[in-house]
Design a protein around this ligand. Structure first.
Ligand code: SF4
Length: 238
């Protein structure tokens, strides 16, 4: 059985590692990225539920999300199949343009506890004006790594679109038994890490950031079984 409190603590620590060098073009009131396409793990869903309860924030779940916007693989499934050259023909998913339920007047109402995927939505130039986000490849890769780590520590729990995960948690909430029993037809199961998808150059550029995550796991979460796998994957890179 997973110790939810330790994992919640680790999750918050990992959130603090999702910070990017330099000044981005992102500012309060720009919500171009805030759509129903955000995916989360159950661990993030619980943090959001707790925050909403504490701050009286209403969770307004959309139960009519089109199936075409639901990812068919978790992040780790995608990366693992890429690394091990398994069948990598992923069914295309449409990116929803419908606004996220937590977007209020173009501001995130759960900003302090927003999911890891949202933290990675950045651009170094005005993405609305340009029509695309400008993010260096190594930062995209680092975002994916943090998403992989959070999925790994949530292994066996549910994963999917934020609306679907919060819906599944809402009807099954038992924080001490967060496993795939909560699976609904619209969610997937968090998978373990088997490696990271980085070029040599990206590994060099991300060395300091990856070392900081390694130190965090060694210093504060060394008793956690999940830490060892993550550390050995980092060691393969740096
Ligand atoms: S949770 Fe917040 S940051 Fe993430 S998509 Fe929703 S409104 Fe945007």
């Amino acid at each position: 059985m997973k110790d939810t409190e330790i994992l919640q603590n680790l999750l918050k620590n990992l959130f603090s590692h999702a910070q990017w060098p330099g000044t981005t073009a992102c500012s309060k009131g720009c919500s171009a990225c805030c759509t129903k396409s955000v995916t989360i793990s159950a661990l993030e869903g619980i943090a959001i539920q707790r925050h909403c309860r504490q701050h009286n924030i209403h969770i307004n779940i959309d139960k009519n999300i089109p199936n075409t916007t639901r990812p068919k693989q978790t992040t780790n499934q995608y990366v693992n199949s890429f690394l091990f050259r398994k069948n990598n023909s992923v069914e295309e998913t449409e990116w929803s343009t419908d606004p996220c339920m937590f977007l209020k007047n173009d501001v995130c109402s759960i900003y302090s506890i927003r999911p890891i995927m949202c933290r990675g939505f950045i651009s170094y130039s005005d993405c609305i004006q340009n029509g695309f986000a400008e993010v260096p490849n190594h930062i995209v890769s680092y975002n994916i790594i943090i998403q992989q780590i959070i999925e790994h520590i949530s292994c066996g729990m549910i994963w999917g679109l934020m609306d679907d995960v919060l819906f599944a948690l809402g009807i099954n909430l038992n924080e001490n038994n967060l496993n795939a029993n909560q699976l609904t037809k619209n969610t997937l199961v968090c998978q373990p890490i088997k490696g990271f998808m980085l070029t040599k150059d990206e590994s060099l550029r991300l060395c300091d950031l990856l070392n900081k995550i390694k130190q965090l796991l060694q210093n504060k979460f060394c008793n956690l079984q999940e830490s060892n796998t993550i550390i050995s994957c980092i060691d393969q890179l740096i």
